[in-house]
Design a protein around this ligand. Structure first.
Ligand code: FE2
Ligand code: FE2
Length: 227
């Protein structure tokens, strides 16, 4: 079984063992925008038992090693890493965002009188769509081409652009946390209709995909230019 270093940061653990992302998500430990925290510290602040969490992480890492899907992202070149981010994550968002925006509006209209949080959820989702849409454009048209063409003397300007990217990720991370709170942790109440249930399932999926996406950009792509 893979051994997990308890003094590594949670972001480093996910970079090394992508399957551990799901464990951190289950325990609401942020490996993404605030992932530069040591595992033992993260456990203390989320009041999780370190030994029990280590067992879960080790089991996830072991399955991960056997999985065909995720070859080590650290071995990818910058263009291959960017292509993977754009194909998998930007591509997914371009389909998921309009679908979920419509679904959230529909659920707000049908059940907003019973639960006003659903109306707010739909509005916050609209904010998320606005932020992410312009963020993807910025990355695909400005940042990623600049990274692929970067020369050693461009390091200063590249760092500034990457720091702007980090700032935008923080905004997205906050919106995701607000959505999760408004969606009651994406639990489905007894009275929920099918549409409500699909919305909660798909919002949880979107959150998970965006966290993995931001993790790749913050902790795998960015260090290629800043370390
Ligand atoms: Fe991106
Ligand atoms: Fe991004």
């Amino acid at each position: 079984m893979a051994s997990i270093d308890r003094t590594a940061t949670v972001a480093q653990i996910v970079t090394e063992h992508p399957g551990c992302a799901a464990v951190f998500e289950r325990h609401e430990i942020d490996y993404c925008c605030h992932g530069d925290v040591r595992l033992d510290e993260a456990c203390r602040s989320r009041r999780r038992d370190l030994a029990a969490l280590l067992r879960e992480l080790e089991a996830a890492a072991a399955t991960d090693a056997a999985g065909p899907d995720d070859k080590d992202v650290r071995s990818l070149s910058v263009p291959a890493l960017i292509a993977r981010i754009v194909d998998r994550h930007h591509g997914y968002l371009r389909t998921a965002l309009p679908f979920l925006e419509g679904l959230a509006a529909k659920v707000a209209k049908a059940h907003g009188s019973k639960d006003a949080k659903l109306v707010e959820l739909s509005a916050v989702f609209g904010e998320l769509v606005g932020h992410i849409t312009s963020h993807l454009e910025m990355e695909e048209h400005d940042l990623f081409p600049a990274l692929m063409a970067a020369r050693p003397e461009d390091r200063g300007s590249i760092r500034t652009e990457l720091e702007a990217m980090l700032g935008e990720h923080l905004v997205v991370g906050d919106l995701l946390r607000r959505l999760r709170a408004l969606g009651g942790g994406y639990a489905v109440p007894d009275w929920a209709c099918n549409t409500y249930e699909v919305l909660m399932t798909e919002l949880a999926k979107l959150e998970s995909d965006v966290l993995r996406h931001i993790h790749l950009e913050n902790h795998v792509l960015m260090p290629r230019f800043t370390e």
